[in-house]
Design a protein around this ligand. Structure first.
Ligand code: UDP
Length: 372
């Protein structure tokens, strides 16, 4: 079977640091190839993932361009998608398209009449309600959690092939020696991920907290300073940057609450693996929760708010804690040492390994091609 996996133009695969969809693709593709699937990857040209073929429009990821006006962002997405469409028109050796590109992907592919398409829904489906309510019926879909699908428009939920949980290649990695004292929030710095809540809790409790992740495409505190000092820079008024400055900065506190910028590779794994717990004070219904799965895989108990996919991933009291309010979250944070990191690792090996995810997708690929 030959599958065209469309990861979009935003970041290289695997991403150098932060990257949601690109991390999912980088986790899935090697496990599919081990099972004999040949992969044509449509992604940024700087992608280094081992595949059979790479097609791209842009040499580098276009993530920083997401700050531009909406029509320009859409222009980038459409240019990438037009390249994929041209490729599919020109050849007949692709058995299936596995599409991960929000909104633009299904719109273009449904008009093409090429190979069957499976589109993985990665987002909170209330983000583009009109689009998801009128989702092209010729395209098969799956979600990344049951809770995400439960909030989908009726027709989309009825047509979906179910949920496939996200996975992490860190599942199965041996335990690291030496747990540190710090707590960590790993993820995009934005209102939805709730870094301000974690910062508030840790400052109050006097617990060291490390926030890791980019702010709107800016990867380090130094870069952000440059942006913020320039009042004419378009990012100055971007809501995520304002959020960071207004909400998080007031809690940054010497060594106690630190923002280290985006981290990648071994630096990310070491920072994550040596944490006492990973906090998820999410302010939205997190659809898939890669970072939660990663925390389990590294034996770092996740502690978060009971929203979105978290109750599907975290077994409260065994592999992490779930809270219903900020006050309760603070109470559970003080009890993280009661959890056994080995239980977390075992859960990740059993439920969230790349093999488990690849087997599920192979079932869906077969269902979609049989239907076509
Ligand atoms: N991540 C990273 N470096 C960072 C922040 C995040 O490598 O500084 C990774 C994180 O480990 C996860 C992904 O980026 O693999 C973020 O995925 P998640 O599903 O948490 O966020 P979203 O897709 O909602 O932005």
């Amino acid at each position: 079977m030959k599958v065209l996996v469309n990861a979009g133009p935003w970041l290289a695969v695997p991403p150098p640091g932060y990257g949601g969809i690109e991390n999912v693709v980088a986790t899935l593709v090697p496990a599919l190839r081990e099972r004999g699937v040949r992969i044509v990857l449509a992604a940024a040209g700087s992608s280094t993932l081992e595949v059979d073929e790479l097609i791209s429009v842009y040499d580098d990821g276009q993530f920083a361009e997401l700050q531009k006006p909406y029509n320009q962002v859409m222009g980038i997405a459409h240019a990438h998608q037009a390249r994929v469409a041209a490729e599919l028109r020109a050849r007949d050796d692709i058995d299936l398209v596995h599409d991960h590109v929000e909104v633009v992907g299904p719109s273009v592919l449904s008009a093409l009449g090429g190979p069957p398409v499976l589109h993985t829904l990665h987002w909170d489906l209330r983000k583009h309600p009109a689009f998801y309510a009128a989702f092209p019926p010729s395209i098969a879909v799956n979600g990344v959690s049951e809770s995400q699908l439960a909030r989908a428009p009726d027709a989309l939920r009825a047509a979906s092939l179910g949920a496939v949980h996200l996975a992490s290649p860190l599942a199965g990695r041996p335990a690291v020696a030496g747990q540190g004292e710090h707590l960590v929030v790993m993820g995009r710095i934005c209102g939805l991920k709730g870094q301000h809540v974690a910062a508030r809790i840790c400052q109050k409790l006097g617990l060291p907290l490390v926030l890791a992740g980019p702010v709107s495409g800016r990867n380090s505190p130094a870069e952000l300073d440059v942006v913020v000092q320039d009042p004419y820079h378009p990012l100055h008024s971007h809501p995520d940057v304002r959020y960071h400055l207004d909400q998080v900065a007031r809690y940054l506190d010497g060594d106690l609450v630190r923002w280290v910028g985006a981290v990648g590779g071994e630096a990310r794994d070491d920072l994550y693996a040596s944490a006492r717990a990973a906090l998820f004070p999410i302010q939205w219904d997190e659809p898939g929760g890669t970072a939660v799965v990663e925390a389990l895989a590294l034996g770092v108990p996740p502690v978060g708010l009971r929203r979105g996919c978290l109750p599907e991933i975290i077994d409260h009291g065994r592999t992490g804690f779930l809270a219903d309010s900020e006050e309760e979250l603070a109470e559970w944070v003080l009890r993280v040492d009661e959890l056994d990191p080995e239980e977390c690792r075992e859960e990740a090996r059993r439920r969230f390994s790349p093999s488990v995810m690849a087997e599920r997708y192979l079932e869906l690929y077969e269902a979609v091609t049989a239907r076509a």
